[in-house]
Design a protein around this ligand. Sequence first.
Ligand code: COA
Length: 187
Amino acid sequence: MRPPRRLPLPLGSPRLTLRLPTLADSEDYFRILSAPEVRRLMHPDEPWTREHVRANIARRRREAREGFRYDLAVELRSIHRVVGRVALKGLDHQHRRAELAYWFGPWYWGSGLATEATYTLCRAAFRDLRLHRIDAGVFEGNPRSIALLERLGFQREGTLREAFRDGRRWVAMYQYGLLREDPLLPS
Ligand SMILES: CC(C)(COP(=O)(O)OP(=O)(O)OC[C@H]1O[C@@H](n2cnc3c(N)ncnc32)[C@H](O)[C@@H]1OP(=O)(O)O)[C@@H](O)C(=O)NCCC(=O)NCCS
């Protein structure tokens, strides 16, 4: 069997560098993941302690070496800080698909940074990993994430009704997909 294709890291865009996280990024990660706006939308099922963040960063580096998950820190070069994270999870090289995931610090929302980073990762996924399809799931009640996916060109392909528990309420999850022949970031 052919070895899996690799992403040529780091990836660059006009304002950003997408690279493997290091332990030096732990505080930026912890600050973002502790923000109530992010916790509410990510539905974390366990507390995100500093140790948890550090262990996760080490795991993400190992997984990228193995080529089955690229979980990348998004650095805003002008301030040398991590402003968010974008990921291709569950890379399936046989069926050439993966799932897109992301979060950004609420202080940076509304600046187009998430669009720039996810566009850069999706483009590299089609170009360098030769993926055929990228999946993304988003909870109802996350209009920013829905807008981001639709801005990128993802199409809503289905709804998982009452898929998750949010406190006392069931919430639906929308399933999105982007194929390699779909226009990425259609104007
Ligand atoms: C989902 C998330 C990443 C979206 O962030 P965002 O800030 O809305 O996305 P962007 O950085 O691309 O910014 C888009 C906004 O910037 C504006 N913008 C400015 N310059 C832009 C540019 N060059 N390109 C695109 N948009 C630009 C857009 O018009 C849009 O404005 P609006 O907020 O008034 O609609 C963010 O809300 C988040 O981290 N949420 C918590 C985690 C989460 O929900 N993850 C997803 C789980 S499914």
